[in-house]
Design a protein around this ligand. Structure first.
Ligand SMILES: [Zn+2]
Length: 252
């Protein structure tokens, strides 16, 4: 059984109860961070993992709330004795931002600093990665900058979780989430439409259109009221709806 552990569930302005949105995909033989926000080593310590135990990082896009944890993660992994290479996956624009951030902190002076291997994802219309027991599919979402939505399939159990990342309502999200066991969908606002992001109501529409089993709302603002957000999503979606909280675990 694989786990998707939500290390942060807040929007860019995250509020007192939530870190910015990022998560750990934990398999039998691989640990993959999906985005890196907040204080990742501190969050990982709470689930009994060290930063050197992360094998790969998959970045959805280059907005600060999704990648600003990268420099401290790199430092802590090196301090923890990491010497094996670190794989980072993302779109060209995202990797460029990651490289510039790491260039700014200049790791050349760190003795035995580990190698970082950048892997560019080309999504026209989709990229597929096979990492240990997971098949990871990426398609472009509809955001202010190039961003990828993901479908994470556990090839052992056959179960899958789709993650919208940051997005306005878009056909790609419905495609990538089609029939998923869980759709983790951003809900930056309650029911009004705004460019670049989705409301809880729109997340419910996507869940219904993709015919998923369960919807979890993530990337929620400080003013989130869970019952209101759930009720808005349920206007269109008949399945189970919940609002993500930091350290929730999705097993699949
Ligand atoms: Zn964003």
């Amino acid at each position: 059984m694989a786990q998707l552990i939500l290390l942060g569930t807040g929007a860019a302005w995250s509020g007192p109860a939530r870190e910015n949105t990022y998560m750990l995909l934990r398999g039998a033989a691989i640990n993959i961070l999906i985005d890196v926000a907040g204080s990742p080593a501190q969050r990982l310590a709470q689930i009994g993992l060290g930063p050197h135990e992360i094998d790969s990082i998959l970045l959805t896009h280059n907005h600060p709330d999704h990648i600003y944890g990268l420099p401290i993660f790199i430092l802590n992994a090196w301090m923890a004795g990491r010497r094996k290479p670190l794989d980072i996956y993302g779109l060209p624009e995202t990797l460029r931002a990651a490289q510039m951030m790491l260039k700014a902190i200049d790791t050349r002076a760190w003795p035995d600093f580990f190698k970082i291997k950048y892997h560019t994802l080309m999504v026209n219309p989709r990229a597929i990665l096979a990492l240990a027991e997971f098949e990871i599919e990426a398609m472009q979402s509809k955001h202010f900058v190039p961003t990828i939505a993901l479908r994470l399939t556990n090839r052992v159990t056959g179960k899958c979780v789709a993650y919208s990342a940051d997005t306005s309502p878009d056909e790609h999200i419905v495609q990538i989430a089609r029939g998923a066991d869980v759709l983790l969908h951003e809900a930056t606002q309650l029911d009004e439409s705004k460019e670049g992001h989705s409301s809880a109501l729109e997340a419910g529409q996507a869940a219904a259109a993709a015919d998923v089993k369960r919807l979890i709302l993530i990337h929620v603002p400080p003013e989130v009221r869970e019952q209101k957000w759930r009720r808005a999503a349920k206007q269109h979606f008949r399945g189970r709806v919940s609002v993500a909280r930091d350290f929730d675990v999705i097993e699949f």
